[in-house]
Design a protein around this ligand. Sequence first.
Ligand SMILES: Nc1ncnc2c1ncn2[C@@H]1O[C@H](COP(=O)(O)OP(=O)(O)O)[C@@H](O)[C@H]1O
Ligand SMILES: O=P(O)(O)OC[C@H]1O[C@](O)(COP(=O)(O)O)[C@@H](O)[C@@H]1O
Ligand SMILES: [Mg+2]
Length: 403
Amino acid sequence: VTMSVIKYSSPTSAGAECIDPDCSWVEQWVHRAGPRKDIYYEPNEVKAAIVTCGGLCPGLNDVIRQVVFTLETYGVKNIVGIPFGFRGFFEKGLKEMPLSRNLVENINLAGGSFLGVSRGGPKTSEIVDSIQARRIDMLFVLGGNGTHAGANAIHDECRKRKLKVSVVAVPKTIDNDIPLMDKTFGFDTAVEEAQRAINSAYIEARSAYHGIGLVKLMGRSSGFIAMHASLSSGQVDVCLIPEVSFALDGEYGVLQHLEQLIKNKGFCVVCVAEAAGQELLQNSGATDASGNAILSDIGVHMQQKIKTHFKGIGVHADIKYIDPTYMVRACRANASDAILCTVLGQNAVHGAFAGFSGITSCICNTHYVYLPVTQVITAPKRVNHKGRMWHRCLTSTGQPDFR
Ligand SMILES: Nc1ncnc2c1ncn2[C@@H]1O[C@H](COP(=O)(O)OP(=O)(O)O)[C@@H](O)[C@H]1O
Ligand SMILES: O=P(O)(O)OC[C@H]1O[C@](O)(COP(=O)(O)O)[C@@H](O)[C@@H]1O
Ligand SMILES: [Mg+2]
């Protein structure tokens, strides 16, 4: 499968991602995913394990379910779940869970992870000690960019120890921040849920005298959820993402624009990504158990700033702040994510049986492929502020540059 469908001749061509210095066309190909004629493992002898790491994401249960179904179809009898992410390899008292088609048959009907998730956990060498002690041949790792870095480290350590273990990842994150793939599972569902919050903010704002609806949406370092939810709802006047800096105060600031919207339209809706405008806030420098920076609350900050601003100019404003944070990721997968999860889960097993390790099962240019994990952990994917999607969003909201 070719990685890019756009041929281009200059660095400024639409959609061009400049790979070489001259920006001429560079062919990049990846393996198409799916079952292979020859399989590397004897199914009867295989012990397979599944682990889900990081934050929750719609579709985790769908993938677990499909991995189990497909393993059983190959004839694997020994399938286990590692509870609560990488911690399950280490914490005493956390026992591996035997999995079967019967047990996981209906888990897709609920959100969350049937196995549990966690951040942080043991060192790679301890995880691999545990893999060795448990005699695991295939490890299916469901997670985001942190998990992929972990999966890569596990894969490297297994190679170093000459262990024949297939480490196969499946990219999950509502943030959609993993590079090279069309999207991660859970993103579509999160956007769908997020636009419900925007819709509520719109109804509240529209029904109030000088109503201002403010919605904060997740996205640790990227504004994909905010941008897509703003686009899909069509009800947002201002969308703020971390990739585009903005001023709140001043002649060209967001507050001045809100003032105009209240004057001209009578109400407005603002959608802000959680990582947006962090430079305007105090940074505690704190990190979570996985080493991810803990962000300052831009939503609460904006709520206060808007209140103070309108009070200062003596104009009534009724601010309705909605933070749907965990609601957008604790739900079950929607139809399109459920299908994506089904294919990715099945392909993960085909990849392991083909004898691959250090791969991730994903979608690229509408085709299902295996990417080397090393390629997707270089840096988080971010919204291209010069790209067409962001400009479509600007056209839709009608917002100016806030600088
Ligand atoms: N660079 C890394 N090397 C090894 N393991 C990592 C690395 N970064 C994160 N992890 C582990 O991966 C797991 C999930 O990471 P986290 O960042 O919380 O979520 P996500 O995978 O969704 O980005 C955690 O248990 C964490 O310890
Ligand atoms: O509060 P938590 O569970 O630590 O997670 C918050 C973070 O998790 C996410 O929902 C998803 O991030 P991951 O994909 O890294 O798990 C981010 O959008 C958010 O910043
Ligand atoms: Mg992450």
